[in-house]
Design a protein around this ligand. Structure first.
Ligand SMILES: Cc1cc2nc3c(=O)[nH]c(=O)nc-3n(C[C@H](O)[C@H](O)[C@H](O)COP(=O)(O)OP(=O)(O)OC[C@H]3O[C@@H](n4cnc5c(N)ncnc54)[C@H](O)[C@@H]3O)c2cc1C
Length: 401
């Protein structure tokens, strides 16, 4: 099942990493994913395996103990992992975003403190922008960090924190008016605080509570939580980059690479749905022949495979653009938008190919059917991607007349 989603031009190291990850996914993830997902059970053994493979440090520079790999390598690994179980890719995604933000924006002391332990998976990252009243409109956040001597005191409620319980380092976006007079644009008065905490639920450090897991329709196994700050005291040296007022840009930078990542997840889930569909279509007989021999089903398979190929190509293009040092917000937005929409459609078609059995929890496609919608929301909804794409197009194609 390797004909689709090939990537030209990979070097030997990339090929070896990918083949190791694919092997791990086939042997250690796919056979247990659906059972664990139905039980909403955290995949502890899989996570330990990922640590051993070095995946938590894949993009962390070698000087901090990581593998120093490119965004492309990372995205291709995520694609493989999501093919096995999307929730597992969610476990490394927020970690990757926080490590990326530290690498790009952290002070030297912050990099030295966190990156080596993040590369080993000992410190695990999560990021928190969304609040109960907002997700898309990040500039409207109300959580606040107020300076008090050598510390900041944080108050506010956050929502939808992926890995909220299992992480030990959360990058939290707050409004911080200190040094920014009344009337400062909202996105210039935000700060990312690096909040260290114990993994678990309840009051995990004074002033910080992680209530229990949110019960979700899919994307199970990985914990998604609220985060409540009530007088949480954070030392000034845990302001990301050491200067307040830069949080919005830091988070947007992180989310931009996260978008390539979500696109890669869409590609992986769509590939798995295609594999399940094409396999079932050759086993199930109706009217005296395998349903794959009915043209209507062949057309479905043709459309599914074309979408898998197109999404993969756009995702690879977006990752390569970032790796080359160029701005990639347009490509990342397009890749995320297309891959998540196509993923939903390919999963839907594979579900239909399964007939009534697709509705049974015994069949893997039932899980994929509940997982695909999350990709339409995370790291910015389809509407938000289209806003980004539209704005960038008008910049590029400014009317000269
Ligand atoms: C399982 C899960 C995990 C998540 N993990 C994280 C995480 O780790 N960290 C984090 O910070 N957040 C996380 N999120 C939050 C996620 O980023 C938000 O849900 C997402 O950004 C959408 O925000 P919202 O839910 O508030 O929807 P809203 O912003 O309220 O949007 C509602 C609807 O209106 C549309 N809309 C909004 N504004 C416009 C506009 N200007 N024009 C046209 N349409 C518009 C949206 O597209 C959507 O269809 C997670 C969410 C889920 C479901």
């Amino acid at each position: 099942m390797t004909r689709l989603a090939q990537t030209a031009g990979l070097n030997d190291v990339q090929q070896e990493i990918l083949s190791t990850v694919r092997d791990f996914v086939d042997k250690e993830i796919i056979p247990v994913a659906t059972q664990l997902e139905h039980r909403d059970e955290y995949p502890t053994e899989i996570v330990e395996g990922l640590k051993e493979l070095g995946l938590f440090g894949l993009m962390i520079p070698e000087e901090y103990g990581g593998l120093g790999e490119s965004l492309l390598t990372y995205a291709l690994c995520v694609e493989e992992i999501a093919r096995g179980w999307m929730s597992v890719s969610g476990i490394i995604n927020t970690h990757f975003i926080v490590a990326y933000m530290l690498k790009q924006h952290g002070t030297q002391e912050q990099k030295d403190t966190f990156l080596p332990r993040m590369a080993l998976g000992e410190v695990r990252g999560a990021f928190s922008m969304s609040e109960p009243a907002l997700g898309s409109d990040v500039a409207a956040i109300t959580s606040k960090g107020v300076k008090d001597g050598a510390e900041y005191v944080l108050h506010g409620q956050k929502m939808w924190l992926t890995n909220g319980g299992t992480s030990s380092l959360v990058a939290v976006l707050c409004r911080s008016d200190e040094g920014h007079p009344e009337g400062t644009a909202p996105h210039k008065s935000m700060t990312t605080f690096l909040v260290e905490k114990e993994p678990g639920f309840g009051e995990v450090r004074p002033g910080l509570t992680i209530p229990g897991k949110i019960d979700k329709m899919g994307y199970k196994g990985v914990d998604t939580t609220e985060l409540i700050m009530d007088g949480l005291r954070i030392p000034a040296n845990r302001v990301l980059g050491g200067t307040t007022g830069r949080g919005f840009y830091q988070m947007m930078d992180g989310v931009e690479v996260g978008r390539v990542n979500v696109a890669a997840r869409g590609c992986g889930v769509a590939q798995r749905a295609f594999e399940l569909g094409v396999s079932y279509a050759q086993q199930r007989h109706t009217f005296g022949k395998p349903i794959a021999q009915h043209q209507a089903i062949q057309f479905k398979l043709a459309e599914m495979a074309t979408k898998v190929e197109a999404a993969h190509a756009m995702m690879v293009n977006a990752a390569r653009k970032k790796d080359s040092g160029e701005r990639n917000d347009l490509e990342a937005g397009m890749a995320k938008y297309l891959a998540s929409e196509y993923c939903k459609e390919v999963v839907e078609d594979a579900f239909r190919i399964h007939g009534g059995y697709g509705f049974s929890k015994e069949y893997e496609i039932e899980r994929l059917y509940r997982e695909a919608p999350m990709l339409l929301i995370g790291e910015g909804t389809a509407e938000i991607q289209k806003m980004i794409i539209g704005r960038r197009l008008l910049e590029e194609y400014r009317f000269q007349g």
